[in-house]
Design a protein around this ligand. Structure first.
Ligand code: FAD
Length: 575
């Protein structure tokens, strides 16, 4: 059976229209006010054609060929360059870009749905344009006028691509340890010296220039992460000469073979400071947060493509005289994959909508609240959607039995490709710590409380919505998660106050607890929205699935909150 991708356009529209009520949000968001759902849906239809028609056919071949280094320059797999041309010509690079710099200014919410489809079809290829939006944000908010004039339009339109150069051999999660030096020059430029590892798309043949955003240290930098500055370092200088940026090697990886993962050397490379000296990490966070949402969407793409191919396989494969989709164990696995992908779509799109509202809503209080919402949701989207991207691929592989373990089926590549998303862009452990320390404890839980109020209002709407008993079940499950979370978070704040290190062992449980509360909200909101849907057969199936998910999958969340409430037992140091 061929590996296929059928973009979940109906589900995407359902989330936009009925679950998130995006048109009402757009009406208050300046340049989005004129956007209507039919236009949005046709953008997504075109994106689905590009993803399935252009990128999917290059997925397995790009994986088999991989990238190669020729005379110090990276060559991408056959067809990648042409696909990138089509991507730029189709306006996809500029979709959510700033209109003043050549972008179309469409919502990040639509861009999120597009990125989900691209990643589902070809994770290796999507690595190249996935960093563009974040790079543009950094330049827009922190770049000098001269840098904006030289680089921003070319990046917004996708004429040039960007790379994010953070990691060094001695500095991965701990960026404060990085050593690349930047010496200021009399003409205002910088000279950079140092080595970076694992830099995605640092060089390639898709565009003539690649703009690196490099974390580095100025000579007078204080130690640690407070001493990091940000430099823009292009591979081709404004005078047309190549910059002293050398690719020393390409990593041989488990997956995403089509993506060039480069070991780099800056040897007195020319660059320019972006933002203020020693404030580089704060500027870089703009790029990292955009990238973290995109990585979460990669996880969602993996879940969707794995789940839908597994459903087709399970419907066709007959054992014991019936399709294996009718075997209860397989049925549960399929249901789980589908229900999680549906909820994760709601959560990820809510995060993207929060970014749109934070940037453009006409009420400054809403902008501030949505900024906190985006901050709260981003680490959960990054960590939990990527974890399920891999777990979902593994569960889907099981549906093929032995055939899943051979490469020809297609699911093995998803399993290999999806694994990296749990590691890069801040590992999932780092996301858990970020969520707990910066998003829950640091601001007195304001972001959480605002979201929990929204979730409680959703539970009330569910109960008021109608007579379907499923709605009462999902509403009660949501309230159960919120009550457990509130009690556990209050306990966490108490023992964190006494000892800031004490909660670290529980960061993973806090992450999973918040994840389950978000799942509960997404299933409740989806069930309520489906209850009023005109297609009653579709709506009933969906509501029944949401009820099943709330009853079968949410109790795990209570276990995580129980552990958080009890506090961590001291760890025996056995390793
Ligand atoms: C394919 C690929 C593409 C990449 N692309 C880029 C890129 O474009 N740009 C870039 O700058 N980097 C990139 N990276 C690097 C990536 O971001 C790092 O690998 C990642 O941040 C982890 O750093 P590390 O590998 O040094 O692991 P380490 O930091 O050594 O961590 C090892 C393990 O320890 C855990 N750990 C570390 N500290 C803590 C802590 N305080 N608490 C709990 N657990 C902890 C980590 O979660 C991890 O599981 C890429 C990596 C790969 C493999």
């Amino acid at each position: 059976m061929p590996w296929t991708y059928d973009a979940p356009l109906a589900d995407m529209r359902f989330v936009l229209e009925h679950v998130l009520d995006a048109p009402s949000a757009w009406a208050r968001c300046g340049r989005h006010a004129e956007l209507d759902l039919d236009t949005a849906a046709s953008v997504l239809e075109e994106a689905a054609k590009f993803a399935a028609g252009v990128l999917l056919p290059l997925n397995a071949s790009g994986d088999a060929q991989g990238c190669r280094l020729e005379a110090g320059r990276v060559r991408t797999p056959q067809g990648y360059r042409e696909a990138y041309r089509a991507y730029v010509d189709g306006g996809w690079a500029a979709l959510a870009g700033e209109p003043a710099w050549g972008g179309q200014g469409l919502p990040l919410l639509l861009d999120a749905a597009v990125r989900e489809m691209l990643a589902a079809c070809n994770h290796g290829w999507v690595m190249y344009p996935d960093l563009l939006h974040g790079a543009c944000e950094v330049l827009l908010h922190h770049g000098s006028e001269a840098l904006k004039d030289r680089y921003l339009q070319r990046l917004v339109t996708g004429q040039w691509l960007a790379a994010m150069a953070l990691t060094e051999p001695g500095a991965g999660s701990d960026l404060g340890a990085l050593r690349t030096r930047a010496e200021p020059q009399p003409d205002g430029s910088l000279r950079l010296r140092g080595s970076k590892v694992f830099i995605s798309g640092a060089d390639h043949d898709l565009t003539d220039n690649v703009v690196h955003l490099v974390l580095c240290r100025l000579p007078d930098a204080p130690p640690g992460s407070k001493g990091l500055s940000l430099a823009l370092v292009p591979t081709v200088l404004p005078d047309g000469y190549r910059n002293a940026v050398h690719v020393d090697g390409l990593e041989h990886k488990l997956g995403i073979h089509g993506s060039a993962t480069c070991a780099l050397r800056y040897e007195d490379a020319t660059g320019w400071l972006v933002g203020e000296p020693h404030r580089g990490l704060a500027a870089m966070f703009l790029m990292m947060n955009s990238a973290r949402l995109h990585v979460g969407l990669q996880g969602l793409g993996h879940q969707e493509v794995a789940a839908q191919n597994a459903r087709r396989q399970a419907a066709e494969r007959v054992q014991f005289g019936r399709p294996i989709a009718q075997q209860p164990a397989m049925r549960q696995a399929l249901l789980r994959g589908q229900a999680l992908a549906e909820a994760h779509r709601v959560i990820a799109y809510r995060a993207a909508l929060a970014l749109d509202r934070a940037a453009l809503h006409d009420d400054p209080q809403v902008r501030a609240a949505e900024q906190r919402m985006a901050a709260l949701l981003t680490p959960v989207v990054k960590a939990c959607l990527t974890e399920q991207g891999f777990a979902g691929a593994s569960a889907a592989l099981q549906v093929w039995g032995g055939y899943g373990y051979v490469e020809e089926t297609g699911i093995a590549q998803v399993l290999r490709d999806s694994r990296i998303a749990m590691v890069y862009e801040g590992t999932n452990e780092i996301q858990a710590i970020d969520l707990m320390q910066r998003k829950l404890l640091a601001d007195g839980g304001a972001g959480w409380q605002a979201w929990a109020a929204e979730a409680r209002a959703e539970a009330a709407r569910c109960e008021a919505a109608g007579t379907d008993p499923a709605l009462a079940v999902v509403a009660a499950a949501l309230r159960g998660q919120l009550d457990a979370a509130d009690a556990a978070l209050a306990a966490l704040a108490r023992y964190a106050h006494a000892d800031a290190q004490a909660p670290l062992a529980l960061a993973g449980d806090v992450l999973q607890g918040v994840h389950h509360a978000l799942l509960a909200w997404a299933w409740a909101a989806s069930a309520r929205a489906a209850a009023g849907h005109p297609d009653t057969a579709w709506a009933q199936a969906r509501t029944a699935r949401m009820r099943w998910a709330a009853e079968w999958l949410l109790p795990q969340g209570l276990l995580h909150w129980r552990r958080v409430a009890d506090g961590a037992p001291a760890l025996p140091l056995v390793c």
